[in-house]
Write a protein that binds this ligand. Structure first.
Ligand SMILES: [Fe+2]
Length: 390
């Protein structure tokens, strides 16, 4: 079997690497960036961390700051209009997953004829063309979007969070600077950290796992798992921030070269219908989905548990698998992950949407990569289990 391995052409990693952003653009011959970010980055002044090094390199950046959480097709269209209204040679996504995914989707839509819609590019379509290259600077650790060939965009007509995949979504370069994450609120630190762990675990047990994605996934789990609790307890813990940031990027490389699986497939509809932050909806599902899938790939889950440090090298697979489940439940408790019920979602609304959410989960293709591929009824049962905190 032939495996196509993808990664950005250059990734700057390390404290202070943002200072080299202008030089990075210069290296590729870019001088007219459109910076894509969210309103908070501008109002809080955080955007200056991105703009200052650009200005220092003699670049006058233009900023599109209308990105929203769970980016929508309408915001992408507004972004493409801004892109076409100016003379730009690169898109620069600065922020969490939403601004980065917005920049990536703008590149894809702008390469299409006028009148095209984001839904024209959802999987299984190959979104391989981008009008402009994209450079990503993550400020969370994180979605890993700076290293993946994916973007997730909500269709405002159907409330569907669409997975869009292809080389058009793969950044040309990224700057991975954990100094940008020190000011993150605790909740976002926890949610984005669990998202990263889920990326690594799902890539590792995916039916599309391969030796290269495994390498990234193992190292990501080794970095993320022991640092999730410390970084949640103390956001100023520099060593933990550094490990989480690199771990998040490696986890992105892992799932970009394998796939995510059932947790992400089921998580997107929760985000679309109830606007639960992405990492949080993953966390709500992770224990129940892992329990459901465990026996279908026990040796893989057991190895994941050993990488994460929650099982010993000498533990039998059955023991390591049980310890993994125990750890995922403990992690949710210690990181104060609420159940959907505790988050405020009414049970009748949740139950009423189960058939739609199950259909949307299956349509994304992600459940088909899971070690145990569920039917719609099994997905609905897992949603019901997760609602109660299973
Ligand atoms: Fe994710």
């Amino acid at each position: 079997m032939v495996q196509a391995i993808v990664a950005p052409r250059q990734v700057l990693v390390g404290a202070g690497s943002i200072a080299r952003l202008g030089a990075l653009l210069g290296q590729f011959g870019f001088s007219r960036p459109l910076v894509v970010t969210d309103p908070w980055m501008v109002s809080s002044g955080t955007i200056e961390k991105c703009l200052a090094p650009l200005r220092a390199a003699g670049i006058t950046p233009v900023v599109f700051h209308e990105t929203v959480p769970d980016p929508t097709d309408t915001v992408i269209e507004a972004g493409v209009a801004a892109l076409r209204a100016g003379d730009f040679d690169v898109l620069l996504g600065f922020g969490g997953g939403s601004p980065m995914d917005t920049a990536k989707a703008m590149a894809i839509l702008a390469a299409a004829p006028a009148g095209a819609k984001m839904r024209d590019f959802k999987v299984p379509v190959a979104a391989d063309r981008g009008a402009l290259p994209v450079i990503c600077v993550p400020t969370t650790a994180g979605t890993g979007s700076e290293a993946t060939r994916f973007t997730v965009i909500t269709d405002t007509e159907t409330d569907e969070k669409m997975l869009i995949a292809g080389l058009g979504a793969l950044p040309l370069a990224a700057v991975v600077d954990h100094d940008l994450t020190f000011t993150l609120p605790r909740r976002i630190t926890a949610d984005t950290g669990i998202d990263s762990l889920t990326h690594a675990l799902e890539a590792f047990v995916s039916q599309r796992a391969n030796p290269v994605s495994d390498m990234y996934a193992r190292e990501a789990m080794r970095l993320i798992s022991p640092n999730l609790r410390p970084v949640y307890a103390d956001g100023g813990n520099a060593a933990a921030r550094e490990a989480m940031m690199l771990g998040a990027t490696l986890a992105g490389l892992a799932f970009s070269n394998a796939s995510v699986a059932l947790v992400h497939g089921m998580s997107r509809p929760i985000g679309a219908h109830f606007h639960v932050p992405h990492g949080l909806s993953n966390a709500m599902l992770l224990p129940a989905v892992t329990r459901f899938s465990l026996d279908a790939a026990l040796p893989r889950y057991a190895e994941a548990a050993r990488c994460m440090g929650c099982a010993a090298a000498g533990d039998a697979d059955q023991v390591a698998g049980a310890k993994l489940l125990e750890e995922l439940r403990a992690l949710n408790a210690e990181l104060e992950v609420p159940t959907p019920a505790a988050w405020g979602i009414a049970e009748d609304r949740w139950n009423g949407l189960l058939p739609t959410m199950a259909a949307q989960a299956l349509a994304s293709g992600s459940p088909g990569n899971n070690p145990r591929v569920p039917q719609a009824e099994q997905i609905m049962a897992l949603y019901a289990e997760a609602y109660r905190g299973g």
